[in-house]
Design a protein around this ligand. Structure first.
Ligand code: BES
Ligand code: MN
Ligand code: ZN
Length: 496
């Protein structure tokens, strides 16, 4: 998808679809739309007069002007006094989804100057491209015949000469973030047989070569030597070898790195504690945390911000065979603590605990892990928010803030001391499940046992990593959640 910023008048655009973001309006054309209405020969006044379109979020109306763009789409932005980046991103995403539906391969996006003035131009440029990237995403890799009518090959943001430079700065950031999110979604979508632990490692290596950052991959032998026995235990039922991926992005600063850790279970059958067959295919998405970290490195590679970031991805399948780990087995983790594996389906925390322990050698300023960790977080928050826990209030606030701005909201769950006893083991230092009650929190507690002093936070994306239904602004399937949040997080830190 090529993107640009232009200053031609919207009625002179030659795009297959011109999208116009419109805040709440009545049946009469308001002052800020009269010029545009005139340029389109009263089309807008006719739409508004019908009452079909009032500028509510998710609302759209199409008309076909005699001259200029082939189609014009009015997209609702909601109340103009609460207009923000999320509203504009969503409108842009909706417009892109409509463009795909209509077979429009080129898209122009326009806000009237009154609406644009309520936004920061750089932010507008960024969120429009992020939104179009999100809404315009298609995945055809495994079809012999394309299903979508078109791809959006070209998007142009229309603005004034005065705002051009700032808008274009934002456009570049948005294009990088959109590429990172698309990278993550493309990876997530790949089924287990097309995305093994070694495939994930190759993706990391390719990124490292393309953008010039260091990538190290450990195979089974080295994982063994390192003492990551919890990761090994999960992998031992599978013919596919595990991998432990380290990525080191250095951004011309000597500051201590941020460490991002992503769960990379390329397929989760549950192991001997096997899952029910219904919807088990969704467990190809159990590497979504890894995809988010890789997608973030795509963004880092493109934007080269002044920050250091280490990405760690423990990756394995969770299968069952005569060599698989069994309920009751005890393993000694990389950290040194022993774990009783009560349930082999609680494998994410096992592979993450060794990665969290390994993270210490980078002396990170903070560690943030991201994982499709618990079904319980889906029960608690559904697909509306990512579960957030941690040991440091400032870090949690920072992530809540980044998620809110990025349109990837998080909600904190209390990691109170009282929950800790649920993972006491009769035989080992801890056990890997804490019963049905507060399942996301006891999973968080398990991870916390492997942090000794660093500020740390945990994002449980089991409910937000993929959607089981279409939304107006995003198709069902993988969301790439985490990429926008992490991008916002690291870019803010890089800006100081
Ligand atoms: N990968 C799953 C969690 C999950 C559930 C992700 C639903 C996406 C959608 C994880 O490995 C798992 O199986 N967790 C168990 C833990 C339980 C055994 C304590 C769960 O949540 O059922
Ligand atoms: Mn599992
Ligand atoms: Zn899992």
């Amino acid at each position: 998808m090529r993107s640009s910023v232009g200053t031609t008048a919207p009625q002179q655009s030659t795009a297959a679809l011109l999208a116009v973001g419109v805040p709440r309006v009545g049946r009469k054309v308001p002052g800020f739309l009269t010029a545009l209405d005139k340029a389109f020969k009263g089309e807008i006044s006719r739409v508004l007069a019908s009452g079909d379109f009032t500028g509510k979020p998710d609302q759209t109306a199409v008309f076909y002007p005699a001259k200029g763009p082939k189609r014009v789409l009015l997209v609702g932005l909601g109340e103009s006094n609460s207009l923000d980046g999320n509203a504009v991103r969503k409108a842009a995403a909706l417009a892109a989804r409509q463009a795909l539906e209509l077979g429009a391969g080129s898209l122009a996006f326009f806000l009237t100057s009154e609406t644009a003035s309520k936004m920061d131009a750089e932010e507008t440029g960024r969120v429009v491209i992020e939104g179009v990237g999100q809404g315009g995403w298609t995945f055809e890799q495994f079809r012999s015949k394309r299903r979508s009518k078109t791809d959006i090959t070209n998007v142009q943001i229309l603005t004034t000469k005065a705002l051009r430079t700032a808008t274009d700065r934002g456009r570049k950031v948005g294009a990088a973030v959109a590429a990172g999110q698309a990278f993550a979604r493309n990876l997530q979508m790949r089924p287990g047989n097309h995305c093994t632990p070694s495939d994930l490692a190759r993706e990391a290596e390719t990124l490292g070569e393309r953008y010039g950052f260091k990538v190290r991959v450990k195979g089974r032998r080295q994982i063994q030597k390192e003492g990551m026995n919890a990761l090994l235990a999960v992998s031992q039922g599978s013919a596919q070898e595990p991998r432990f991926i380290t990525m080191e992005y250095r951004g011309r600063t000597s500051a201590k790195p941020v460490c991002l850790v992503g769960k990379g279970v390329t397929f989760d059958s549950g192991g001997i504690s096997i899952k029910p067959a219904l919807n088990m295919e969704e467990m190809k998405f159990d590497m979504s945390g890894a995809a988010a970290v890789l997608g973030t490195f795509e963004v880092l590679g493109r934007l080269k911000p002044l920050i250091n970031v280490v990405g760690l991805i423990p990756t394995t399948e969770n299968l069952l065979s005569s060599t698989a780990v069994k309920p009751g087995d005890v393993v000694k983790t990389h950290f040194g603590k022993t774990v009783e594996i009560i349930n082999t389906d609680a494998e994410g925390r096992l592979i993450l605990c060794d990665a969290l322990s390994y993270a210490r050698r980078f002396e990170p300023v903070c560690i943030v892990d991201i994982a499709t960790l618990t079904g319980a977080v889906v029960v608690a928050l559904g697909d509306q928010a990512t579960g957030l826990m941690g040991n440091n209030d400032d870090l949690i606030e920072e992530l809540l803030g980044a998620g809110a701005v990025a349109g990837e909201p998080c909600w904190e769950l209390p990691l109170w001391d009282g929950y800790r006893q649920q993972i006491d083991s009769d035989i080992a230092d801890i056990k890997n499940v804490g019963g049905r009650a507060a399942g996301s929190i006891t999973a968080g507690w398990f991870l916390k046992e492997f942090i000794d002093k660093h500020p740390w936070a945990h994002l449980d994306i089991a409910g937000t990593a993929y959607l089981d239904h279409d939304r107006p602004d995003i198709a069902k399937g993988p969301t790439g959640v985490g990429v926008r949040l992490f991008s916002e997080f690291v870019l803010r830190r890089a800006a100081g």
